[in-house]
Design a protein around this ligand. Structure first.
Ligand code: AHG
Ligand code: MN
Ligand code: MN
Length: 335
C-alpha cells in the first residue's frame, strides 16, 4: 500500500500556488491522467483483449495505423471532450483539429497529443507511450481553427508523457520543474516517485537510428563518428549507444541517467520534402519543454525547438535533445 502523494493531490497543490486558478486546469489534467490509465490497461493486457496488430488504415502522414493507435486516440477524445475545459483537440491520428461536440461546453484550453508513441513496438511487447501538450486558446476562441494551435513551444501551459513500460509512469511539467509518478495498478493511482527529475550536464550515451547514417548531414556524422571513436578519438572517452524506437522511452532514459537523443533531418527526408521525422506539436515541443525544465537542452541543431512557431499541425522538425554540454557541442558543429 502506497502512502505517497498521488498525482491528483500533486496537481491540486501545484495549482494552489497560482493566483486565480479556477480548477479548470487541474480537472483537465485529471481527465488526461484517466485516459492514460485506460491506455496503460489496454497496453498491459495486449493480446488478451485483442488490441495488437494493424488497424488496416493509414493516418494523414501516410503511416500504417496500429489498432492501438486508433483505440488510444479514441480514448483520449472521449476522456477529454465532455468536461468543458477544452476548446478543441489535435492529434497525430487526425488530419484536422477535433472540435468539441455541440452537446458539451467549451473551455479555454487546447490539447495536442500523440496517443501512442513508438507504435512499431506494440506487437513486440516493447515500451510505448503517450505524449501531450496543453496550450491556452487565444482570445475569442469561440470556434477554434488550426491557426489557434500555431503557438511556439514556449507557450505551453503543460507538457507530459505517459510511459507504458515495465511499470507505467507519468512525467509532467507545468513550467516549474519535472516530476514523475508511477502507477500503482492495485490502487489505480499515479504516485509521486521521481520528484524534481534532472538531466546530468554530461553523459556517455547517445541514441540515434544508425541505419540512416549514409543520409546524415556532416555535423551530425562528425558528432557520432567522434562518439564511436571512443577513448582513442578526440572525445577521449567511450560512449554507449541505445535505440528503442519509442521517443518516450528514450527521453525517459535521458531524464533518468542522461544522454543524447537525435532524430536529425537527413537527405532522404529532404528529398521527400519533409522537415524531419518527428512532429513538432505533439512530439518535439512537449518533449523539449520537459527536457529543458529538467536542465537539458533541445535543438534542431540550428535553433531552439521551443522557439519554433508551428506552420502546420503535423509539421516535422529535426530533434536533438538531452544532456546540456552534448547539445551545445552538436549545435556548435552545426555552426
Ligand atoms: P509514432 O509511433 O508516434 O509514429 O512515433 C515513432 C517515432 C518515435 O517515437 C521514434 O523515436 C521514432 O519514430 C522511431 O523511428 P524509426 O522507426 O525510424 O527508428
Ligand atoms: Mn510518436
Ligand atoms: Mn503515435
Amino acid at each position: 500500500m502506497h502512502n505517497g502523494t498521488t498525482i491528483t493531490q500533486f496537481i491540486i497543490e501545484d495549482q494552489r500556488r497560482i493566483e486565480k486558478a479556477t480548477g479548470d486546469f487541474t480537472s483537465l489534467l485529471n481527465d488526461i491522467v484517466t485516459a492514460c490509465k485506460v491506455i496503460s490497461n489496454l497496453v498491459n493486457h495486449g493480446a488478451l483483449v485483442g488490441v495488437l496488430g494493424a488497424a488496416g488504415t493509414e493516418n494523414v502522414q501516410g503511416e500504417d495505423q496500429k489498432k492501438l493507435d486508433v483505440i488510444s486516440n479514441e480514448v483520449f477524445l472521449k476522456s477529454n471532450e465532455w468536461a468543458g475545459h477544452l476548446a478543441a483537440m489535435a492529434s497525430e491520428e487526425m488530419e484536422d483539429i477535433y472540435a468539441i461536440p455541440k452537446q458539451y461546453p467549451r473551455g479555454k484550453y487546447l490539447l495536442v497529443f500523440d496517443p501512442l508513441d513508438g507504435s512499431s513496438n506494440i506487437d513486440v511487447n516493447v515500451s510505448v507511450g503517450t505524449i501531450f501538450s496543453i496550450l491556452r486558446c487565444p482570445e475569442e476562441c469561440k470556434s477554434p481553427t488550426a491557426a489557434d494551435f500555431m503557438q511556439a513551444g514556449t507557450e505551453q501551459v503543460c507538457a507530459g508523457y505517459a510511459l507504458y513500460g515495465p511499470s507505467s509512469m507519468m512525467v509532467l511539467t507545468t513550467g516549474n520543474g519535472v516530476n514523475g509518478f508511477t502507477l500503482d495498478q492495485n490502487v489505480g493511482e499515479f504516485v509521486l516517485t521521481h520528484p524534481h527529475m534532472t538531466i546530468p550536464e554530461d553523459c556517455q550515451e547517445f541514441a540515434i537510428n544508425a541505419s540512416n547514417m549514409r543520409f546524415w548531414e556532416k555535423p551530425l556524422k562528425r558528432y557520432v563518428d567522434e562518439c564511436l571513436a571512443g577513448k582513442e578519438g578526440p572525445r577521449e572517452k567511450d560512449f554507449n549507444m541505445r535505440w528503442i524506437a519509442s521517443m518516450v522511452a528514450e527521453v525517459h532514459r535521458i531524464l533518468t541517467r542522461g544522454g543524447v537523443f537525435m532524430y536529425p533531418l537527413d537527405s532522404k527526408m529532404k528529398s521527400k520534402g519533409l522537415g524531419g521525422k518527428l512532429r513538432l506539436m505533439y512530439e518535439a515541443s512537449p518533449m523539449s519543454l520537459i527536457v529543458e525544465q529538467a536542465g537539458g537542452m533541445s535543438s534542431t541543431g540550428r535553433e531552439r525547438i521551443l522557439d519554433i512557431k508551428p506552420t502546420g499541425l503535423h509539421q516535422r522538425v529535426p530533434v536533438i535533445l538531452g544532456s546540456r554540454n552534448e547539445i551545445l557541442r552538436i549545435d556548435d558543429y552545426h555552426r
